[in-house]
Design a protein around this ligand. Sequence first.
Ligand code: C5P
Length: 233
Amino acid sequence: MTKKIIVALDFNAEDKALSLLDSLDAKQCRVKVGKELFTACGPQLITKIQDRGFDIFLDLKFHDIPNTVANAVRVAADMGVWMLNVHASGGREMMEKAREALEESGSERPLLIAVTVLTSLAEDDLRQIGIEVSTEEQVSRLAFLSHDAGLDGVVCSAAETRLLRAQLPAEFCLVTPGIRRAADASGDQKRVLGPAEAISNGSSYLVVGRPITQAESPSDALAEFNLAVASVS
Ligand code: C5P
């Protein structure tokens, strides 16, 4: 089976992350390690997660001068992560240098994706940082730039998936957070979509956090998400 669910390990300590992994099957999902867990636990935890058989999306959203980002990406690739990301607003050269750094890892290289516009930014926020176009236009522009720079995909909100899928080639990955089943609380996510709808709209991978990590039975919750995804794959 193609594992399309990426479970977000949004924890601040190793024991919490590992005890969740004890209840999940590495054949059924991949996992995402973000800034909180990585800052708390560092690369040692990456190895421990990999030893349990899980593929890792290292969600550190690198954004710096091209040389610095390329070097960070090279180190992440050496850790053997499955996917990592940068901010597309770092520009074409930064993304190209990041992509080139991965070439050294050969065919086993991680997938490199970009964040376009953070979903926490409303149009007023964009104006404040000098972006005068609509969010949708800026997302599209940065997604095209990421594709042209040789990246493998972008993170995109459920609301953006259909538009981007229509504009970009099928093999360009769309990684979508904000996924909820009908009965799940949306939490702080403003716009949510069901797993089957997100895949139908063209998402390649779904990032799911609390509906699985906070479930009474994380493995049952994961099974439900996988079932919904399989129903439309
Ligand atoms: O718990 P929940 O399913 O809302 O977690 C979603 C995960 O996806 C979190 O790790 C969050 O940081 C991440 N994410 C997001 N929205 C974005 C980008 C990333 O929710 N636009």
